[in-house]
Design a binder for this molecule. Structure first.
Ligand code: SAH
Length: 295
């Protein structure tokens, strides 16, 4: 991992080298193409169940689940229980890929990903892939969601306690926002596409997450009225990280973002002073583009 100290914005060339070395296999790439292939596969196999079926009991599987989400109503509790094993298997895969932060793994285990995916695809909700959510956008793959949140927490919380105030750019269907709400005290999430903002609201409503607020608007401008943030996560890739977001980080706060166009790297930026930030390149990734304005 390469730490750089500089003033921002950084040119693209300064963030494309020095990918993180790890014993883990290379990170799978989240692509809309993967999502399309998954959809085609699902159609082939006639998979259109609303709820994925759990692969039978898994007695020895370690559980990461802790009380991450507020208590769900009874109907949801039974659906949550029905999908518990399959979600646990997903979390074990993510842990094998190198994510170690127990609080993040717990959060992943407690959020019902199938509720964020359209019924025709929900049989695939727990495979490690991005999936289409409409408007040419995708729900991120579970590994990258976990890896980004782990990267946000590293150093800030030293693996203990929750993050304070966190901002997500790119709500999409709301899944990552729900996971973030398990590991942070307050989460704000901005989406630029009205239809997706509404979709996320509908997906999240039954979960009744009290520390999550959704905002429709251009996330490149951040949320100055709520700043500063201890953490900022971008779920879409720009050629550089918008200066407004860097300015809205608290000193000591961190921002995790994919940076680049065809070739993208996950970058982590730490604000170390009023006008100083450091950056580290974590690993290769593939996200939908960060776009200005609203739609
Ligand atoms: N967080 C989602 C991922 C959504 S994909 C998940 O849980 O899987 C990325 C999202 O970023 C898309 O919905 C896209 O519309 C949105 N996006 C792109 N540019 C944006 C901007 N400037 N402001 C807010 N959202 C943006």
């Amino acid at each position: 991992m390469k730490e750089q100290r500089s003033n921002f914005p950084l040119p693209l060339s300064s963030v494309t080298g020095g990918a993180r070395k790890s014993a883990a296999p290379p990170a799978p790439v989240a692509t809309p193409q993967t999502a399309t292939q998954n959809a085609a596969l699902s159609a082939l196999h006639g998979g259109a169940a609303r709820m994925p079926t759990a692969p039978g009991p898994a007695p020895k599987a370690p559980s990461y689940a802790q009380p991450a989400l507020p208590v769900a109503p009874a109907a949801q509790r039974s659906e949550l229980a029905a999908t518990q094993n399959i979600r646990r298997a997903m979390v074990e895969r993510v842990a094998r890929q190198g994510v170690k932060d127990q609080m993040v793994l717990s959060a992943l285990e407690s959020v019902p990903r199938h509720l964020f995916i359209e019924p025709a695809l929900s049989a695939q909700a727990y495979i490690d892939a991005s999936l289409p959510i409409g408007h040419n956008q995708t729900i991120s793959q579970p590994y990258i969601v976990a890896r980004m949140i782990e990267a946000l927490r590293e150093g800030v919380t030293r693996g203990q306690g929750k993050l304070g105030r966190v901002l997500e750019i790119g709500t999409g269907c709301g899944y990552q926002a729900a996971v973030l709400a398990c590991v942070a005290q307050d989460v704000y999430s901005i989406e630029r596409i009205k239809g997706l903002h509404e979709l996320a609201k509908a997906n999240l409503r039954p979960l009744r997450i009290s520390n999550l607020r959704l905002q429709y608007g251009d996330g490149m401008l951040g949320l100055p009225q709520v700043a500063p943030f201890d953490g900022i996560i971008l779920a879409a890739a720009g050629l550089e990280v918008p200066q407004a977001l860097l300015e809205q980080l608290a000193i000591g706060g961190r921002l995790v973002a994919p940076v680049g166009a065809q070739v993208q790297q996950l970058q982590r930026i730490t604000r170390i002073g009023k006008t100083e930030w450091t950056s580290a390149t974590l690993e290769a990734c593939h996200f939908v583009p960060l776009r200005p304005g609203t739609a």
